[in-house]
Design a protein around this ligand. Sequence first.
Ligand SMILES: [Zn+2]
Length: 242
Amino acid sequence: MTVVEQLIELQEVDGRIRELEHELKDLPRRKALEMARLSGVSADLAAAKVNLQQISDKIASFQADADALAAKVQDLKIKQASLTSNKEYLQFSTQIDFVSHDLETTELNKMTVEDSKPSAEARIKDAQEKYDALKGGVDAVCAELDERLALVKEELDAAMAERAEKAAAVTDARSRLYYERLRTKRWPVVVPLTHTGVCDGCHLVQPPSVSQLVDANAKNAELGRPQAVVACTMCGRMLYRG
Ligand SMILES: [Zn+2]
């Protein structure tokens, strides 16, 4: 196997590693997006629940007021029964009428608020149904993403082990070092020099000397002689005859 072939094998594994690493970063982002879809309907449901609680609180408050007013009426009536003066009796009657009117108003207010309760309850039911329906879908997608994440981690571990083997199999230390240094800046690192003398990485036409070096390298590889690094004059990628 020529040095270029060894490098291309290494590059193939590195290509898979790059994709897996990209996916590894992307999966949590996709999961967060799924969860965010749920937050809108979750907020609607919470708001509907708060609304119903406010209605219930208002009803309870009107009820407490009504109870107090009813007790007051009762109290006034008891006191009135023991009165002897006609003038005082009439004064009490006026007061009883006044408090009774307050009681009536309070009860009417309570009924008005009670009337809004069914629609508030329906709103909760509706929001709950929407939440449940969406949650089912979101949970399923998140479970799939988690599964994929576990698989990607496994695949990445295997690819890293494979990479170590392929890297060790590159027989020319200088070529290997060159490849390792360039791969963080350029991708792919090893590219063909086309028949028209163009670097397949950056598409720059190479001077004839580069073509000659590439051909000499191929010849040396054939003869089992040491092979040199032939780099693109523009991007530095490692060239071979394609
Ligand atoms: Zn180039």
